[in-house]
Design a protein around this ligand. Structure first.
Ligand SMILES: CCCCCCCC/C=C\CCCCCCCCCCCCCC(=O)SCCNC(=O)CCNC(=O)[C@H](O)C(C)(C)COP(=O)(O)OP(=O)(O)OC[C@H]1O[C@@H](n2cnc3c(N)ncnc32)[C@H](O)[C@@H]1OP(=O)(O)O
Ligand SMILES: Cc1cc2nc3c(=O)[nH]c(=O)nc-3n(C[C@H](O)[C@H](O)[C@H](O)COP(=O)(O)OP(=O)(O)OC[C@H]3O[C@@H](n4cnc5c(N)ncnc54)[C@H](O)[C@@H]3O)c2cc1C
Length: 663
């Protein structure tokens, strides 16, 4: 059976052109071609093998990651890959490494905050990996509360230097990836103090290790923070701890696009808002949304293929039922499939928003920064939470075999789940969205017209009074009906929060008290964005046989499943009636039946190689059982029939039992 395509029958049932869908998924033909080429390059190179990760010790794992990351860099140079190609190559290598933080945070921070002079000095070194950088913001005592960071950078006018110091144990930098063992440089967030005054947190470029022998520079203490969740998984990364003892850096290593300190020690701020120092976080949060669609689609691909291969019960004609045909399986799996597509499209839109805000900032237009912050923070929160839960659901959808490392799902979950925490704890980020909504509501009262994703608030009166027009199940397929109920639910939840906030004399106290409801209102706003951006996508030109139809089905599933899951919100705000909620469920069931014949082709459209999936259950050819069986024998425990420890433990135990029985 080796090499037989067990899923061929499923693929023949598809009602759309899967090759065209691959292009939609990738974002463009060009993006598809780059991804396709890079994924194959990685898959066909034995140096990128990854099936042994769970068996390695931490030290072996880490060294192996260093080998792969440096080998990847060598290939990037040899093949003269573009920045885009290099990024995709690293993505398909699929192993968290110091390079993630170097390219993902250190270089973007440098580009965003450095002056021309600073860029000329540092960027070429960073771009050639002659220095390796990390992003050292979080401390032992503070992560979410960036303004609470304790590391100090005190200007010394006598020597024209900043003195970086960790005044307490809790001010030790803690968590930065790549810091523990690899980085030579770090962006260190510290409180800028000059002339006795504290000007708050700023980014400084600090060399932390010797470029000759990699020793940690005198005055700095650095180490790895220890093993993290799961075997293998994120333990390929050297998340680090760093403590400074009056360590000196030249004044020109304050990254000074936003503010400067003169030779005399005078603090000079530009016109730009100080929040621009958080710009790299906006950049990364945006990238994390696209990454959520990648991680979720990967889990869904595994669970969908395996659900078509796996059979249990119902043997009428001698063949048991494929578990994918069970309605419960479909009602758990297909919303995740739809979410993967929805997150992809909202990620594409977020990329547009980010580019737009960046261009505006370059022209000193800061007006859309609050919305960009709210959208990136909120969507990062909603998509990572749904993806982490979704991966775990996919594991359960694969039954017992999903719990094996060879399913690929345990490691995917362990690597992915910190996304709910890093780059901003998800609840903390939703509270930021809530603040944005409260502010938007209060500005309405003063006549300010809401724009962008908040424009619907301009129709507040209508949304407060409107009633849902759905009378039969198919009415739920009408995008304008769906959009309006999501808008009305979001508006009503925000208005309710604003009303209750108004009952507090102290607004901040009210905000704290009502924060659980505010987080729910923020989530409703983000779900509205996801639904509305998907609907907008469908209004564009989408060529290819059957593509638009499939995407419409998935869009309706995402919206109606979200409605089903948050039925309480929609009912308690009287946005829909119980009868309309029940009609939405009827429509959802019918949509699942429409997805069923296309399910395998819809996950094939992700175009993942077997190497990237890293899952026997998700193999393209569906030949699961022989491979699962063979894989078991490769476990080191099976090297010998009699295990190590038999003579020490099992034999004496059995003898003891035998003796006891004889007595
Ligand atoms: C192929 C290569 C792969 C590369 C991978 C590279 C890494 C990532 C790159 C791409 C991602 C790809 C996919 C990822 C794969 C996995 C990679 C894993 C990498 C892990 C990286 C993790 C790194 C980190 O975690 S770094 C540390 C991040 N820390 C945080 O996020 C802290 C969270 N806290 C905050 O952000 C803030 O402090 C706050 C938002 C909670 C604000 O608190 P506050 O109210 O006290 O704030 P302030 O007083 O300072 O300000 C209030 C004021 O400012 C506005 N505001 C706040 N934040 C922003 C912002 N970011 N932008 C704009 N404005 C902002 C806020 O709204 C207030 O405004 P007002 O008008 O109301 O005053
Ligand atoms: C794998 C991983 C990689 C990381 N990489 C880096 C890196 O490269 N560089 C870096 O600088 N940092 C990094 N971090 C740190 C990360 O950014 C922080 O852990 C994250 O921002 C959360 O902050 P915290 O740990 O302080 O959580 P806390 O804020 O202590 O959260 C604890 C709990 O308190 C709640 N909470 C906190 N504040 C509030 C509030 N105001 N209202 C209500 N609830 C609240 C949270 O919801 C949470 O439930 C990494 C973290 C991880 C897990």
């Amino acid at each position: 059976m080796e090499g037989v395509d067990h899923l061929a029958h499923e693929r023949n049932r598809a009602q759309f052109d899967v090759d065209e869908m691959k292009i939609v998924w990738a974002g463009s033909r060009h993006a598809y071609e780059v991804s396709d080429r890079m994924s194959r390059l990685v898959a066909n190179d034995p140096a990128f093998r990854k099936d042994n990760r769970a068996q390695l010790t931490r030290k072996e794992l880490f060294k192996n990651t260093l080998r792969k990351a440096t080998y990847a860099w060598k290939r990037i140079l040899e093949l003269k890959l573009s920045e885009e190609e290099a990024g995709r190559l690293r993505f398909f290598v699929d192993e968290p490494a110091f390079t993630d933080l170097h390219w993902g945070m250190f270089v973007p921070f440098l580009k965003g905050q450095g002056t021309e002079e600073q860029l000329q000095k540092w960027l070429p070194l960073a771009n050639r990996l002659q220095i390796i950088g990390c992003y050292a913001q979080t401390e032992l005592g503070h992560g979410s509360n960036v303004q609470g960071l304790e590391t100090t950078a005190t200007f010394d006018p006598k020597t024209d230097e900043f003195v970086i110091h960790s005044p307490t144990l809790t001010s030790s930098k803690w968590w930065p990836g790549g810091l523990g063992k690899v980085s030579t440089h770090a962006i260190v967030f510290s409180r800028l103090i000059t002339d006795g005054q504290d000007y708050g947190v700023h980014g400084f470029l600090v060399q932390i290790r010797s470029l000759n022998d990699h020793s940690v520079l005198p005055g700095i203490t650095i180490g790895d923070i220890g093993m993290k969740f799961g075997n293998g998984a994120y333990n390929t990364m050297d998340n680090g701890v760093m403590h400074f003892d009056h360590f000196r850096i030249p004044r020109d290593q304050l990254l000074t696009r936003i503010s400067q300190v003169t030779r005399e020690g005078k603090y000079v701020q530009s016109d730009a808002p100080r929040q621009l120092v958080y710009g790299t976080m906006v950049f990364v949060r945006k990238a994390i949304v696209i990454d959520a669609s990648s991680a979720l689609s990967r889990a869904v691909c595994i669970a969908t293929r395996y659900s078509a291969v796996r059979r249990q019960f119902g043997s009428q004609d001698g063949v048991e039922t494929q578990v994918i045909n069970y309605k419960t399986q479909q009602s758990r799996l297909f919303p995740l499939l739809a979410s993967a597509y929805a997150f992809r499209f909202v990620g594409e839109w977020l990329q547009w928003l980010y580019t737009d805000v960046t261009q505006r900032l370059a022209a000193s237009d800061f007006s859309t920064l609050p919305e960009a912050h709210a959208c990136t923070a909120g969507l990062k929160s909603i998509t990572t939470a749904a993806t982490a839960d979704g991966i775990e659901e996919c594991r359960k959808l694969c039954g017992g075999h999903g719990y094996l490392c060879s399913s690929g799902l345990p490691e995917l979950f362990a690597v992915y789940v910190p996304a709910c925490t890093y780059e901003g704890d998800n609840v903390v980020l939703l509270l930021q969205v809530a603040r944005f909504l409260v502010k938007t509501m209060s500005q309405l009262a003063s006549g300010k017209k809401p724009v962008g994703t908040a424009a619907y608030m301009g129709r507040l009166q209508h949304l407060m009074e409107s009633s849902c027009k759905v009378q039969k199940a198919e009415d739920w397929l009408n995008p304008s009906v769906v959009l309006e109920v999501f808008e009305a639910r979001s508006a009503r939840m925000s208005v309710e929060c604003a009303k209750r906030l108004g009952e507090f004399t102290n607004q901040e106290e009210g905000f704290q008290e009502l924060s659980p409801s505010l987080v729910e209102a923020a989530a409703a706003y983000c779900q509205l964005i996801i639904v509305s951006k998907y609907i907008e996508k469908l209004q564009g030109d989408i060529p290819g046989k059957g593509i638009k139809e499939q995407l419409q089905i998935l869009c309706s599933i995402y919206a109606l499943y979200t409605l089903h899951k948050h039925k309480g919100d929609f009912l308690s705000t009287s946005t829909i009636t119980p009868k309309q909620a029940s009609l939405a469920d009827d429509q959802l069931r019918s949509l699942y039946s429409q997805v069923r014949p296309n399910a395998i082709a819809l996950v094939d459209a992700f175009n993942y190689t077997d190497h990237y999936l890293g899952s026997i259950l998700g193999r393209y050819d569906g030949n699961v059982y022989p491979n699962l069986y063979d894989e078991a024998w490769k476990d080191p425990l099976n090297d010998s029939a009699i295990p190590d420890g038999y003579h020490e433990y099992i034999k004496p135990l059995l003898k003891q039992q035998l003796r006891n029985a004889r007595l």
